[in-house]
Ligand binder design. Structure first.
Ligand code: COA
Length: 247
């Protein structure tokens, strides 16, 4: 069974993370599948909206920790997450996220690059990077302070305190918090409305919003990943990551 499920229905490309036994952690295969699916959806005229969701009770546990410890077959360990985030940022089709349960690490950061985000009441965004001897990524060191202010950003990104669904909604990180039994109906209404709009108007408007975020964000995402990559080699990260896999 593939770790990413695709269906296309009435202009909506549904992409479902399907690695629930590993809490939808992103291994290299899942990164590549999601990056390719977003890039293919972006150029497919049949696709008007991309809906991202996950199987099971955890949206995503972030990067696969075993993969972080393994030697990369080629390139750097941080190439797959950076490529995914760049594909999301470049995508002109709106990306709508449906989040139930915890979104951890890149599972949380990638939500900053979606256009609409709906979460269940049980959800939380968790950025455990510093406790793992790593650093925040995906533009989060700029995007989260802009939305929530420095002290909340520091609490979530450095102290590693989970950002509850309610806090995320209060500061504009997500659109709405819903009881889990109402979540998919709310997302269906949003994607149906988007799919009914003129595609050119939607895509051009989306592009204007992306450009407004500026080249500075792309440069920051690269710089954060460079730092992340060097910290990954460090003793603190190696110790913390090995402790997780040998629990
Ligand atoms: N990478 C690889 N495997 C992971 C994983 C990750 N990031 N997160 C969870 N898993 C695996 C576990 O090893 C376990 O596998 P096993 O059944 O073969 O032993 C399985 O997923 C279930 O994990 P478990 O911790 O028992 O699930 P839980 O529901 O109690 O907790 C989380 C879910 C996400 C809170 C917890 O797994 C966690 O904190 N994971 C690490 C998240 C993290 O630090 N990510 C950032 C990486 S930069």
């Amino acid at each position: 069974m593939s770790t990413l499920l695709h269906t296309l229905d009435a202009g909506v490309l549904h992409l479902t993370l399907n690695r629930a036994d590993k809490r939808n952690a992103f291994d290299r295969g899942l990164y590549a599948a999601l990056t390719d699916a977003i890039q293919a959806g972006d150029i497919d005229p049949e696709v008007r909206v991309i809906q991202l969701m996950a199987e099971g009770g955890c949206f995503s546990a972030g990067n696969d920790i075993a993969d972080f410890l393994a030697e990369p077959e080629q390139g750097r360990r941080t190439d797959p997450p950076l490529k995914l985030l760049q594909a999301m940022r470049a995508c002109r089709k709106p990306i709508v996220a449906q989040v139930h349960g915890k979104a951890v690490g890149i599972g949380a950061t990638l939500l900053l690059h979606c256009d609409l985000v709906y979460v269940s009441e049980e959800s939380a965004l968790v950025f455990p990077f510093v406790a793992l001897g790593l650093c925040p990524e995906g533009g989060s060191t700029q995007l989260i302070p802009q939305l929530a202010g420095h002290v909340k950003a520091f609490e979530w990104l450095v102290l590693g305190q989970p950002c509850s669904a309610m806090e995320a909604a209060q500061c504009g990180l997500v659109n709405a918090v819903l009881p889990v039994d109402q979540l998919s109906d709310q997302v269906d209404r949003a994607v149906t409305r988007l799919a009914a709009l003129d595609p050119q108007a939607v895509q051009q408007s989306s592009r204007r919003l992306q450009l407004a975020a500026g080249e500075q964000l792309d440069a920051l995402m690269q710089a954060e990943m460079d730092l992340f990559e060097s910290l990954l080699e460090g003793e603190a990260a190696q110790r913390a990551l090995k402790a997780f896999v040998s629990r």
